[in-house]
Structures are given as C-alpha cells and as structure tokens.
Design a protein around this ligand. Structure first.
Ligand SMILES: Nc1ncnc2c1ncn2[C@@H]1O[C@H](COP(=O)(O)OP(=O)(O)OP(=O)(O)O)[C@@H](O)[C@H]1O
Ligand SMILES: [Mg+2]
Length: 231
C-alpha cells in the first residue's frame, strides 16, 4: 500500500501543509494514516481541535527507533500512509525514505531553496545506493503566486527539469486557505467560505495535487523496486 514521505532538510517550506492537504484529500475516498514524525507534532496538534475525517488516522509516536515499524503497521491497516518529517537531514529521514513509494520534496521558489531540494534528492539517491532499489520522487513547488509566474521561479523550474529532476506539474499556490486549515483546525472542505478568501481555488489546487500524486504512484509502481541507476 503506498507510502508517501514528505522530505526537505529546510524548515518551513510547506511539508506539513502539503502532507495534511494530501492526507485529507485522499481521506475523502480511502483510509489514510498520517504519521506525524515531527517532534513538534503539528498534524497531531491540528487534529486535537479538528473534526477529522473518519477515514483519517493520525499516529504521532514515531521516532528514529520505530519509524520503519510504524510505517509497516500503518501500511497493513490503511491503503495510504503519509509521513510528515521535521526539516532536518537526520537518520529518521533516510529510514522513512527507505519505506517510501513516493518521496515529495516541497520547495519554495528561490535559488537557496532549490539547493536545499538538491540535498533532499541526495538523500533519496543515497538510499537507492544503500538498497539498490529505485525510489520515485518529485519536487513540489510551494507557496507560488497563483497570479504571476516569477522569473526566479521559472528559472528554478527549468533548471530542475534540465537536470533531469522530476518536478510536479501542480504547484501549491500561496493561499490563505492553506494557513486557515491550521488556524481553524479544519480540513479545507469544512472551512467556511465566509471566513476564507478563494477557498474554491484552494480546494481545486489541493485536488489537482492529490490527483497528480495518484498518477505518479501508478507510474512509480513499475519503477519502485527496480534496480537503481546508480550515477
Ligand atoms: N501554500 C501555502 N500557502 C500559504 N501558506 C503556506 C503554504 N505552505 C505553507 N504555508 C505556511 O508556511 C509556514 C510553514 O509551512 P509548513 O509548516 O507546512 O512547513 P514545513 O516545511 O512543514 O516546516 P517545518 O520544517 O518547520 O516542519 C506555515 O505558517 C504555513 O501555514
Ligand atoms: Mg512541518
């Protein structure tokens, strides 16, 4: 059953936001476990006051010593497992990546952020070398302007694509609704459009992201487990 792991050595790039969006989108149709492996437990904190979807379970007692077991247990129980990690390059990241069917690397649109994304990609490649198996991954551009495509963003995107890095077609835009999920402790769908501007656009953006994740998981099914092309 697919495990999707959100990774970035840099803090604050939108991992938890993207992970929770994906978890709640998928939970509309299937059972999902979100493993909140960040010691600050932002997803658990969100869930405390939230009416969480019946299909969504949250596990918040994962650490470096048990992360592989926690992922295995969750994968035996629900069709989707989503892992949110803190922004570090600690061993837990490598362990979680070793269990992933898809690694999502959220990145904001600056050169410095792109360099941090390269560090995350190196973790994926390191894991491939250790296990000899390929792990599908993709860079997700986050907090992008829904209105203008900045030159820097365009440059970074082209640079990544030219370097052969898989980049999600969907970008997560900068949206008040994505912050409001945490402040109102709700899923996007249960937020009140009176409280949040452009909620419909945020929902469409989240749905597009979830659909692309499913598409990549389908493509990756053949890829995962194949012998890694070690550069
Ligand atoms: N697409 C977005 N639109 C608006 N705000 C966003 C978006 N993505 C993230 N944010 C805001 O940016 C901040 C950092 O986001 P988030 O907590 O998701 O990042 P993170 O990578 O999980 O951080 P950490 O490494 O600390 O765990 C939060 O205040 C969040 O609400
Ligand atoms: Mg986080």
């Amino acid at each position: 059953m697919p495990t999707i792991v959100f990774v970035s050595p840099k803090g604050g790039v939108g991992k938890t936001t993207a992970a929770l969006l994906l978890a709640s989108e998928l939970a509309r149709a299937a059972k999902v476990t979100a493993i909140d492996a960040d010691p600050n437990h932002p997803i658990q904190a969100w869930s405390k006051g939230a009416v969480i979807p019946d299909n969504l379970s949250i596990v918040a007692d994962a650490d470096e010593d048990n992360i592989i077991d926690k992922i295995e247990e969750a994968a035996a129980q629900t069709p989707f497992v989503i892992v949110d990690l803190e922004g570090t390059a600690a061993k837990i990241v490598l362990l979680a990546v070793s269990q992933a069917d898809l690694v999502v690397i959220p990145t904001q649109g600056s050169q410095l952020d792109a360099e941090q994304a390269s560090r995350a990609i190196r973790v994926v490649k390191q894991q491939e070398k250790m296990t000899g198996r390929a792990t599908p991954y993709g860079v997700l551009l986050t907090r992008t302007s829904p209105i203008i495509r900045t030159r820097t963003m365009g440059h970074i995107q082209t640079g990544l694509i030219e370097a052969g890095v898989p980049v999600f077609k969907t970008q997560l835009n900068e949206r008040e609704a994505f912050r409001a999920m945490f402040s109102f402790q709700r899923t996007l769908e249960t937020l009140d459009p009176q409280d949040v501007p452009n909620l419909d656009k945020a929902v469409a953006n989240a749905e597009e992201f979830a659909a692309e994740v499913i598409e990549r998981l389908r493509q990756g099914r053949g890829e995962k487990g194949k012998k890694a092309k070690v550069a």
